[in-house]
Write a new protein. Structure first.
Length: 146
DNA sequence: CTTCTGACA
DNA sequence: TGTCAGCA
């Protein structure tokens, strides 16, 4: 049986917009905001995957909950970081359980010191490898009167 | 179909 | 702020 890749873009923007009950312009806007990145054909037209449609429905839900588009972008980024960190966590746990015997808690000579340091480096780099998108720096919003 | 700009609540 | 209409 040929299983369908849920990440594979199949729907054109009009079909996708109808399926999620949004305007096509709105879908383009979400992509411009970085909330979505549907596939593109060689000609440059968007192809939305089933996962993209789920993402669009989640955007609608978050908007309905009162989260603005900027906040939704933060939610998605945090979800990705959470996913990556969880993955690294399970790998670290698995490796430590396999490589260490009770007597070998010797601090001087770890057989897998190199590999362990490598994983630790990856874990440490995770939050930063996403170039700092949301500085959260200026607390005062630049707002024009009227 | 694409990007871009402006208007409305 | 988010959505929609019109243009090229």
């Amino acid at each position: 049986m040929t299983q369908v890749d849920p990440d594979q873009g199949v729907y054109g923007i009009s079909v996708a917009a109808e399926l999620v009950e949004m305007g096509a312009q709105t879908l383009r806007q979400y992509e411009a905001r970085g909330l979505l990145e549907p596939d593109r054909t060689a000609g440059g037209t968007r192809r939305y995957s089933p996962n993209d449609l789920d993402r669009l429905r989640r955007i609608a839900g978050l908007l309905d909950a009162g989260v603005n588009l900027a906040g939704i972008g933060m939610v998605f980024d945090l979800e990705r970081q959470n996913h990556d960190l969880t993955e690294q966590n399970t790998r670290l746990r698995a490796m430590r359980g396999a490589a260490m015997t009770p007597d070998e808690s010797d601090t001087t000579n770890h057989a897998d010191a190199a590999g362990e340091a490598d994983l630790l480096d990856q874990a440490a780099d995770l939050p930063g490898d996403e170039d700092d998108d949301y500085p959260l720096g200026d607390p005062d919003p630049p707002q024009a009167p009227g």
